[in-house]
Design a protein around this ligand. Structure first.
Ligand code: SIN
Ligand code: FE2
Length: 204
């Protein structure tokens, strides 16, 4: 089945060259010095296996009070670092040339981390896509439909791959079953970084 033509899920394998991946990794590492990865807690009280931070005006946050976007890092209290230009350029090319993203969630997966099936629906205006960039170890990504019970497909996301949840696929359930340790040498010590660009706040 061709996911890309039928559903609004667009996968661009190897969209970032190895050099571009290394450069983006450096940009991430520089920002993580002041905005460290945090294992946030779900509203139900469970620490997430994926460690997270954010770039941009808003960052996705979860704690006992629920899921939401916040302008400051949950532990440092500082504003989030800026979104790297290469990501703003990708958004402009693939998502929306006029309205920039205002949130970039960065997920770090170690060998044990996974993310259960969910929808991205904390953003105010779901007409904007979610644009995802993968770095490091390959993920076994799962994507289904708008209903939780819809059939799902498994898609491997490798370092340098870019994908979009757009249009009909914007509210498709998705998650990460596991990562494949040792599948990339990009990140020292291994692991996977996923960056998702979003438009979180409404247009004014
Ligand atoms: C997410 O849904 O936030 C992450 C998806 C991914 O890690 O590829
Ligand atoms: Fe998501």
């Amino acid at each position: 089945m061709s996911l890309s033509t039928t559903t609004g899920f667009r996968l661009l394998p190897g969209r970032l060259s190895p050099e571009a991946q290394s450069e983006l990794l450096e940009e991430v590492q520089a920002r993580v010095e002041t905005a460290p990865f945090v294992h946030q807690v779900t509203p139900g009280g469970k620490p997430m296996s994926v460690a997270m931070t954010s770039f941009g005006p808003l960052g996705w946050t979860t704690d006992a009070a629920g899921y939401r976007y916040e302008p400051r890092h949950p532990t440092t209290g500082e504003p989030w670092p800026d979104i790297p230009q290469v990501l703003l350029d990708l958004w402009s090319e693939l998502a929306d040339p006029l309205v920039p993203p205002d949130a970039c969630l960065i997920n770090f997966y170690n060998a044990e981390a996974r993310m259960s099936l969910h929808q991205d629906r904390d953003e105010a205006d779901l007409r904007f896509p979610v644009l995802s960039v993968s770095l490091g170890d390959t993920a076994v990504f799962r994507i289904g439909g708008t209903k939780r019970t819809d059939p799902t497909s498994s898609v491997k996301l490798s370092s340098g791959d870019v994908c979009l949840l757009a249009g009909e696929a914007r509210l498709f359930h998705h998650g990460v079953d596991r990562i494949l340790p040792g599948s990339s040498r990009l990140i020292p010590g291994g692991g996977r970084i996923n960056l998702t660009l979003r438009r979180a706040s409404p247009l004014t």
